[in-house]
Design a protein around this ligand. Structure first.
Ligand code: AHM
Ligand code: MG
Length: 330
């Protein structure tokens, strides 16, 4: 077979990861199995029995939990907790971390947003899974805050799955960003986007503009600037906002542009979570030549103080994120 499968690719990349022993490839393999299960469930969501809609409960952030959120969370949890590769799992859908008993534990800490953008499922719009992998840092068997609250730069790898018109897996272990498309007839992810580089400047901005009234003035001015006519700098930019972060990020990664979820009067720290959304995507963006910041600070320099911490987010093409930072200064 001429094509490269994701497993072959990960095995090659693993050689470049300091101290990797095969555990990393096994962990990625677990994520891929989970992704295929979720992709199947999503594809048949309209006909597959009682899978659409909300569970009637709310998560830590007060958001309605969708049935597929629950399914995605329990699917990844059950596969990865038994993989022998991780000592702890944190999830956007779980208030507390799951700690793996030492006799079944491995050296990694796994963090996930099992189904991002899940409110889009019922209307057949793309969703995704985001993950981040760190090494256990503390010595001994106990899992401590030193392991669960690490700085973004300490990520060993990060990636996402987008359940779109095709299912794609995109990851980086610090050596480029690589994308794979699921061939449904083979059940294999095939390398389709090697070495993804985000354009230095884009012409797309992605933000929930319905929140304009809640933004600070500097944010309003930046969005107005993006909409002003100026041929030399490619303005006005196009507005594109799916409302599924994975899809919005994925499009901008390939085409160039900026995604923003700023702080506003309602959400002073923005809406997106450092460990499950901003941190892993910042790792991907930087490894593709892009930039990610809170508007004032590099995302990867943040060490969260709790696992559900939110951060304002500006992410995408380098020049576009720098332009946002310029507006937000002072
Ligand atoms: P979720 O992880 O609960 O699905 O929430 C995160 C989602 C992102 O996918 C998306 O970018 C954002 O929330 C949209 O928020 P809003 O509806 O406020 O624009
Ligand atoms: Mg999310």
């Amino acid at each position: 077979m001429k094509q490269t499968t994701v497993v072959q690719h990960v095995q090659q990349q693993e050689k470049k990861i300091l101290g990797a022993t095969g555990e990393f490839a096994s962990l990625i393999n677990g994520i891929l199995v989970g992704a295929k299960i979720i992709a199947l469930e999503i594809n048949k969501a309209g006909i597959g029995g009682d899978i659409l809609g909300a569970t009637g409960t709310r998560n830590v952030y007060g958001e309605a939990v969708q049935k597929l959120d629950d399914l995605a969370n329990s699917t990844f949890l059950s596969i990865i907790s038994k993989s022998g590769t991780v000592c702890a799992i944190t999830s956007e859908e779980m208030e507390n971390p799951v700690i793996i008993p030492p006799e079944q534990a491995g050296k990694y800490v796994f963090m996930m947003d099992p189904l991002d953008g899940s409110s889009n499922i019922d209307v057949n719009v793309s969703t995704g899974t985001i993950f981040s992998i760190y090494r256990k840092k503390s010595l001994g068997d106990t899992v401590t805050d030193q392991d669960l609250l690490q700085k973004g730069t300490d990520q060993v790898a990060a990636g996402y799955v987008v359940y779109g018109s095709s299912t794609m897996f995109v990851y980086s272990s610090g050596h480029g960003v690589h994308g794979f498309t699921l061939d449904p007839s083979l059940g294999e992810f095939i390398l389709s986007h090697p070495d993804i580089r985000i354009p230095e400047r884009g012409n797309i901005y992605s933000i929930n503009e319905g929140n304009t009234e809640n933004w600070e003035d500097k944010q309003k001015k930046f969005v107005s600037y993006l909409k002003k006519m100026d041929k030399a700098s490619g303005r006005p930019y196009k507005a594109r906002y799916v409302g599924s972060f994975v899809s919005d990020f994925h499009r901008n990664l390939l085409k160039g542009g900026i995604f923003m979820y700023p702080s506003d009067a309602k959400n002073p720290s923005g809406k997106l979570r450092f460990e499950f959304e901003a941190g892993p995507m910042a790792f991907i963006a930087e490894n593709a030549g892009g930039r990610a910041s809170t508007g004032r600070e590099r995302i990867l320099d943040i060490a969260p103080t709790n696992i559900h911490q939110c951060v304002p987010l500006y992410i995408g093409s380098r020049f576009d994120v720098e332009a946002a930072e310029e507006f937000l200064k002072n």
